[in-house]
Design a protein around this ligand. Structure first.
Ligand SMILES: Nc1ncnc2c1ncn2[C@@H]1O[C@H](COP(=O)(O)OP(=O)(O)OP(=O)(O)O)[C@@H](O)[C@H]1O
Ligand SMILES: [Zn+2]
Length: 537
């Protein structure tokens, strides 16, 4: 079975065929570095990390490049607001990006080009476009002439006539630009310098590049004229990716990318989680338990001036909300501890949905991801907790046993179907639940009827497939973590005992069990149909 994926360019699923057998060249649009990343950004980079890891597992040699946009009005605004420089703001948030992404177990890119380091490639490309008649200089700026590019709109499906006047996707000084443009849909490749802003020399005078041109130049510099996969969030389809295609393809006469892939949003009550709507939670705050799910009725405080974030108030003081409270030597409050979300639960929160489906950020969805991770973690820790008791040589585990082929195939079939991670996770949960039950039996009865070889095969399969999705128990995690608190199997056994007690009209015993579970941080919710669901707090 081939790997099939949905190509935004053709609007259908098709088998994946790389340009060069066995190799994949992949480019992902990175963050604009002016603030901490939020959960929406986490989704984007977890999804592309998962795609990259899966392609590697399928045997491809993947070269993955992701940029940092380090020249932008948002960064300049932030520098002004915090009495800093564009370089310092960018440097700081590149560092913060890596801190967050490392926690989320996102593999490092093979290369991280930055706009400020790509100036030669950017200027060269603009010159080529000018020479070929696709770009024109006007009042110190240079614009792309969209009417010259016959395929303009092929990715987004928009017709030029329907496009919004001046749509550039970024904060622009629209009025001044409009006067310099030949057509309202033209977009800036180069912008002349403004007082107090960083600028680079060029034949058009001092200035800085527009946003879209950097990616075209970086793809070419780092990966070549045509690549296999170009990806990013669905908001980038237009204008950013449409403009990248127009720039690159006009210059080279070749396709920029054979496959275009876009992740759907993390939303809050159906609206994109974003800085501008102030409905976001930073990855940092989520991991530290410094958040509330009620983002709409209790949004983060309005920022200093425009376009800012929850963290903005404290930025000048050198940190996020958390850094402030921790910096004063305080430790986390009980409520922060209980709201803290393990990084792998965030990963699971993202992978529990297929990458093209929207995910609404709610406390319930996070609780469900936490629960799921608890189950998986218990399964993943089975080897270190019970392996030696079962006579396994955990050190040599890879040499000892193969994986369960049927389950591997089931996993692969799901992933080959346009990266259907919810389907793939079903396989992992099945294994983790079985191992959790076996672990419970081992703890309480000292032995199990299942053979050590079979258990080992299940465990090896689980660890290996979870690793393909980047779901790993962090090395520093105490192997007792999973036995901290009740296991899923124990909880389910207690729920059954409570049910039996209530059936026998022993309500006092039923209440006692409910309270015991509550003391262990487990909340029961009785459903109308007589079943009981539960979650950890
Ligand atoms: N809510 C979201 N859900 C999924 N992906 C997102 C979300 N917000 C941003 N992204 C993606 O993250 C990547 C980096 O985005 P970028 O730095 O341009 O931020 P942005 O989209 O401007 O965010 P914001 O609107 O919050 O400022 C892009 O691929 C973008 O599509
Ligand atoms: Zn880009």
């Amino acid at each position: 079975m081939p790997l099939t994926l949905y190509n935004s360019l053709t609007r259908r699923e098709s088998p994946f065929e790389p340009l060069e057998p066995g190799k994949v060249r992949m480019y992902c649009c990175g963050v604009t570095v002016y603030d901490y990343c939020h959960v929406g950004h986490a989704r984007a980079y977890i999804v592309w990390d998962m795609v990259r890891r899966y392609l590697m597992w399928r045997g491809y040699d993947v070269r993955y490049v992701q940029n940092f946009t380090d020249i932008d009005d948002k960064i300049l605004n932030r520098a002004r607001e915090t009495n800093s420089t564009m370089e310092a703001v960018a440097e700081r948030f590149i560092h913060e990006y890596f801190v967050d992404m490392e926690k989320l177990n996102i593999l490092k890119a093979d290369e991280y080009p930055r706009a400020t380091h790509t100036m030669d490639g950017i200027k060269r490309l603009i010159h080529e476009l000018e020479n070929k008649g696709y770009a024109y200089a006007s009042g110190g700026d240079v614009y792309y002439n969209v009417r010259q590019f016959a395929d303009y709109g092929k990715l987004s499906g928009r017709k030029l006539e329907e496009m919004q006047a001046g749509a550039s996707g970024r904060l622009e000084t629209a009025e001044i630009e409009a006067q310099k443009k030949q057509d309202s849909s033209d977009f800036a490749l180069w912008k002349s310098t403004k007082p107090g802003e960083p600028a680079w020399d060029s034949s058009w005078g001092k200035g800085r590049p527009g946003w879209h041109i950097e990616c075209s130049a970086m793809v070419r510099d780092c990966l070549g004229e045509t690549i296999d996969i170009h990806c990013g969030g669905s908001d980038l389809t237009f204008p950013h990716h449409e403009n990248e295609i127009a720039q690159s393809e006009a210059a080279t006469g070749k396709s920029l990318a054979n496959y275009w892939m876009h992740n759907a949003f993390v939303t809050v009550n159906g609206k994109k989680m974003s800085k501008s709507l102030h409905n976001f939670i930073t990855i940092r705050d989520l991991l530290d338990g410094n958040w509330s799910g009620d983002l709409e009725s209790n949004p983060p405080q309005p920022p200093l001036g425009k376009g800012g974030s929850k963290n903005e108030d404290s930025l000048g003081k050198g940190g996020s909300k958390n850094e402030d409270s921790l910096g004063k030597g305080g430790s986390k409050s009980e409520s922060e501890k209980s709201k803290a979300v393990e990084p792998m639960a965030v990963r699971l929160f993202v992978l529990m949905a297929q990458y093209r489906s929207q995910i609404d950020f709610t406390e319930e969805a996070i609780a469900s991801a936490k629960n799921g991770w608890h189950t998986l973690k218990e399964g993943l820790l089975f080897g270190s907790q019970h392996g030696s008791k079962l006579g396994w040589d955990v050190e040599k585990i890879d040499e000892l046993t193969g994986e369960d082929n049927t389950l591997v195939q089931q996993f692969q079939a799901a992933m080959d179907n346009d990266f259907n991670t919810p389907g793939a996770l079903t396989v992992l949960f099945e294994l983790a639940k079985e191992l959790g039950k076996e672990g419970n039996v081992l703890v309480h009865q000292g032995q199990t009827e299942t053979s050590p070889e079979l258990l080992q095969q299940k465990w090896v399969t689980l660890v290996s497939l979870a690793g393909v999705l980047g779901l790993e128990v962090p090395p520093e995690s105490d192997s007792n973590d999973a036995v901290d608190g009740l296991s899923d199997a124990e909880i389910e056994a207690m729920i059954q005992q409570r049910k039996d007690a209530r059936k026998a009209r022993d309500f006092a015993e039923g209440d006692r069990i409910r309270n015991e579970l509550k003391d262990n941080g487990i909340t029961l919710i009785d459903q109308k149909d007589g079943t009981t669901i539960w979650h950890r707090s």
